[in-house]
Design a protein around this ligand. Structure first.
Ligand code: C5P
Length: 258
């Protein structure tokens, strides 16, 4: 090794990752029952285009993303593959479709298993967040490149949050146990970004069910950092969220027209 390469800027910052390649895993195998009956949530149309296609485009919009792995419903991989083939997607990104599992966590793990070895940064993004802006994606990738093992985009809360003793019967009054200080709380979104090795280790170690990938990294005792999220990165969960998503799309189309 020459003296120059030994003292290149990247090597003087030991925790900075240079020459990285980034892949995204999109778990899209859920049925989305809270949205009501009908097609699996990821295949519901938004502005005439399936939510999953919006989510894939949102990830591929980043020049730093070179592979998107879509985790499809176990019996729907062929359908998802033809859906991707039928929609225009950026040429700088490759796409893979793999069948998912019983839980979100299992679906993410199956997506990780399909990653070729050359990717060292992995983002995990819910198909149910179709409208995340590219700036948020880039902010997450940048923070992992800077050396954080796990990065989550998040927003401060508008509502005060109460911790309760959940009622046995839904709708019954629930005793309040605590009121966490709102200023210290954040609502987390996706894409969450990871050093690949860290996320693979987390998925191999943590077996209990969790609602986000970063919490598995926390359980390994590693640090997770929060970067600013975006209000348009909201999760489409209930019927009202579909109305909001349509409104955001309509506003974007209007703005693009000017
Ligand atoms: O149900 P929830 O909204 O939390 O799902 C979050 C994401 O995980 C969705 O994109 C859903 O499609 C995905 N998922 C999955 N495999 C499952 C369950 C959920 O990929 N078995």
């Amino acid at each position: 090794m020459s003296d120059e390469s030994r003292h290149s800027p990247a090597q003087m910052l030991p925790h900075t990752r240079a020459n990285t390649r980034t892949a995204v895993v999109i778990p899209a195998a859920g049925r989305g029952v809270r949205l009501g009956p009908g097609a699996p949530k990821a295949l519901r149309a938004l502005g005439g285009t399936p939510m999953l296609i919006h989510a894939v485009r949102a990830m591929a919009a980043s020049r730093r993303v070179s592979l998107v792995v879509v985790v499809a419903p176990p019996d729907g991989a062929a359908e998802v593959k033809s859906l991707l083939d039928a929609h225009a997607l950026p040429e700088w990104t490759d796409f893979l479709v793999v069948p998912g599992g019983e839980s979100r966590q299992e679906s993410v793990r199956l997506g990780l298993d399909a990653l070729p070895p050359e990717y060292d940064i992995v983002l995990v993004h819910d198909a149910a967040r179709p409208l995340v802006p590219v700036d948020t994606v880039d902010t997450v990738i940048e923070a992992v490149r800077e050396g954080a093992p796990a990065v989550v985009p998040a927003l401060p809360l508008a509502d005060t949050v109460k911790q309760v003793e959940p009622a046995a019967v839904p709708g019954e009054p629930e005793p309040v146990v605590a009121t966490p200080e709102r200023a210290r709380l954040r609502a987390v979104q996706t894409p969450q970004g990871f050093d690949r090795e860290t996320l693979v280790r987390a998925h191999g170690t943590v077996t209990e069910n969790v609602t986000d990938d970063a919490s598995m990294v926390e359980q390994l005792g590693l640090s997770v950092v929060v970067v600013p999220g975006h209000e348009e990165a909201f999760k489409v969960t209930r019927p009202l969220d579909l109305v909001l998503a349509e409104a955001v799309l309509a506003r974007r189309r209007l703005n693009d027209g000017f």
